[in-house]
Structures are given as structure tokens and as C-alpha cells.
Write a protein that binds this ligand. Sequence first.
Ligand SMILES: [Zn+2]
Length: 255
Amino acid sequence: MLALLLWLSTATAIAAPPPLHVLIDPGHGGKDNGTTRSATRESEITLAVSLRLYELLRRDRSFKVTLTRSEDRHLNLAQRARLAREAKPDVFLSIHVNSNPDARAKGAEFYFQNQLPPDEESMFLAHRENDMGDSEKETRTYAFVAKNKYPAEVSSIVSDLLDSDRILRSSELSRALKTNWRSRQNKSNTIRQAPFFVLSQLHTPSALVELGFLTNNEDFAQLTQNSVHAKMAEDLYRGLLQYRESITNTGHALR
Ligand SMILES: [Zn+2]
């Protein structure tokens, strides 16, 4: 009997997939506050939510988790990219807070990197800006992201065109995160594609979450509450659980 139990436990241990390594990247930090509203800084919100998510993942043995920063310190984008390359995570999750000149813009946004060559990318953005149809709001967001929000984060550097598996997984990741997002449930929770400097440096499935808009009064009230930070971290955790399940079920071998 003991032998059988030993065999079973060994078999289970072999069958269990390796932990999914998540590298959490709390946006900004140190002298880089990110977006601000009165005394509230994006950099402190991203860190607060990231640390809570870190704790949730740390307690779950099906994950391995690391942070690009665990305190209020400055990291430039190249340093973040280097940390990510060195850590070799299975998932890179960057956490940010949005702002918009239009105070009505609200809700979370989930980005994954698209995979167009630099020329195509600028054409794509130009196209979006010129598109006056239904997607005017979306167009504004693209233009905003491209020109104002991320002068450095959005970059024309786009990597390997053949890396379609990563794009597929990144899109699955964004979808799983969005599906499980309850913290500020409204119609404006969207998934967008955008080139991000840090993400474009990696051959790792990655997503960037904008938790909400500091410039929106309702979002602002939420984003400054510890209890909401906890809820947001739980939502992201559930999204990561779903992502983990999806790549296991669809036969995507974990690295
Ligand atoms: Zn940011």
C-alpha cells in the first residue's frame, strides 16, 4: 500500500505541469510618477496592486512569481526589458493606470502587442486616426496612446514576425484577464493591440493592463482604495488562472 501511495505521489508529481512563471511589472516608480492627480501617483497604485497580485501568486504552487520592482524605485524601460530577458518568465504582465484629456474615458483596458513591421505600424496608427467611422472613440485612444501617453513605451520597434505563437498567447492572456475583470465592470473594458517597447523586446506572452483612468472621477475614487486594489489583484489572479488552464488544455506546452 505504501509503495502504491509512493508510486501515485511520484506519478502525480511527474504529471503536474511546471509552475507558470509570471513576471509582474508595476509601471513607473521613483522619480517617474506616471500619471498623477493631486497627491495620487500612478506609480504607487501600480505597485500596490502588483504587490497584492504577487502575494496571491506566491501562495499558489502552480505559479512562480517575480516583480521588476517591489518598492518605489525608478526603472527605465531598457532595465525592465533586461530584467524580463534575464528572468525568462512564461508571462510578462505590465500594470499601469490611464489618463485622458476627456474625463469621461473610464474603465480598464487590456493591451497585447501587435506584430506589424514598423512601417505598417505607423500606417496602421495613421489609418486609425483617419478612420471617422464607428470606432472614433477607439481611434482617439490609439492616437492618444501613440502620441501622448507612451512616448517611449509605444515604439516602432517590432520584433520577429514569425513569433505568431506568442501573439496568440498574448491575445489569450488579454482575453482571460478581461473576462475575469469585475473591479470596474462597464462596457468600456476593452482589449487593444498596441506596440509597447518593453513587450516588443520579449519573446514572452505579455499583456499590459490599464487599471482605470485617474482622470475619471468614478475611476479615481476606486483607484485610491486599498479594498479595490485587493479586488483588482484578485481579478488579475483569476485571469492568470484561466490563461494557465487555456494553454494547458490547448496543448500549448509550457516552457
Ligand atoms: Zn503608465
